[in-house]
Design a protein around this ligand. Structure first.
Ligand code: 13P
Length: 281
């Protein structure tokens, strides 16, 4: 069932667990994530970055693929199809028109006033169509889609302002997490996370969920984080298995065997995250 994230994250915030946001890269990834989450009977958010959307052909192709898989695989868990780091109103609009149930508008590189203006435009369009909206304040650093940027932490006043002026459904405040692998220990501002979560009635999102030690993930959940985004760790688990497979079988050429050799490791990584996040039905 395709849903927006409002109900699933509201419940997660109330009951103090997190719903996984796994980025999808192709048909196989989408299939493995859906199958494993169905097996575990937990809701899931499928995140699609602009780069991944382009890679897979575009929003219409993705909506068709996800709806088709849900039907053919008898997926009955709540599935949210979400734009990850949409850079403009137009990107979000196109995805919503194609049938995405949720979007993140990321205008965090712009001044706050401009971020609020664009976010509000997206919220107005999305809410009229039953689509949920996530926004970002401060700036999450690291490398994603081959773009590297530096981090700026969010301030409480900015979070209040964007929430009050736009009516967003979830907020990703940059508080020290980065995309991609961490160099050294992550340095997350849990105190501010808790303060923001207690001040705003909406769920918080943690980006850069790969490579954060388990205790820190659990602390983030106890400080009000209800959606955790993971991409790199699944990619790494898959790539390690595929590399091993190709080393063992140098003659392999069937893409189903090559790509599929990463399925088991990827599903194990998904299961591990769901366990760690304490995700409930
Ligand atoms: P990682 O690639 O670090 O897991 O981050 C994913 C993410 O935050 C997507 O928005």
């Amino acid at each position: 069932m395709l849903v927006n994230f409002k109900e699933i994250l509201k419940k997660a915030k109330e009951e103090k667990y997190a719903v996984p946001h796994f980025n999808i890269n192709d048909l196989e990834w989408t299939k493995y994530i859906l199958e494993e989450c169905q097996e575990l009977e937990v809701p899931v958010i499928l995140g699609v970055s602009e780069g991944a959307s382009k890679y897979m052909g575009g929003p219409d192709a993705i909506v068709g693929m996800v709806k088709g898989l849900i039907k053919d695989l008898n997926i009955t868990i709540p599935v949210c199809l979400h734009v990850d780091h949409g850079q403009s109103f137009e990107t979000c609009q196109k995805a919503i028109d194609a049938g995405f149930t949720s979007v993140m508008i990321d205008a965090s590189k712009k001044e706050l006033e401009e971020n609020i203006r664009i976010t509000k435009q997206v919220v107005d369009y999305a809410h009229e169509r039953g689509v949920s909206v996530e926004a970002e304040v401060g700036h999450i650093g690291g490398t994603e889609d081959n773009i590297t940027s530096s981090a700026t932490n969010a301030r409480l006043e900015e979070c209040i302002e964007i929430y009050e002026k736009t009516g967003i459904d979830a907020l990703a405040p940059a508080l020290g997490s980065v995309h991609g692998f961490y160099k050294g220990e992550p340095n997350l501002d849990f105190e501010r996370m808790k303060l923001i979560s207690e001040t705003l009635p909406i769920p918080l999102v943690l980006h850069g969920g790969s490579g954060i030690p388990d205790e820190m993930i659990q602390k983030a959940i106890s400080c009000g984080t209800s959606k955790i985004n993971v991409n790199t760790e699944l990619q790494a688990a898959w790539a390690t298995a595929v590399r091993e497979f190709l080393k063992e079988d140098e003659e392999a050429y069937d893409p189903r065997k090559v790509i599929g050799s990463g399925e088991k490791k990827m599903k194990e990584a998904i299961r591990e995250k769901v366990r760690l996040f304490g995700t409930k039905k």
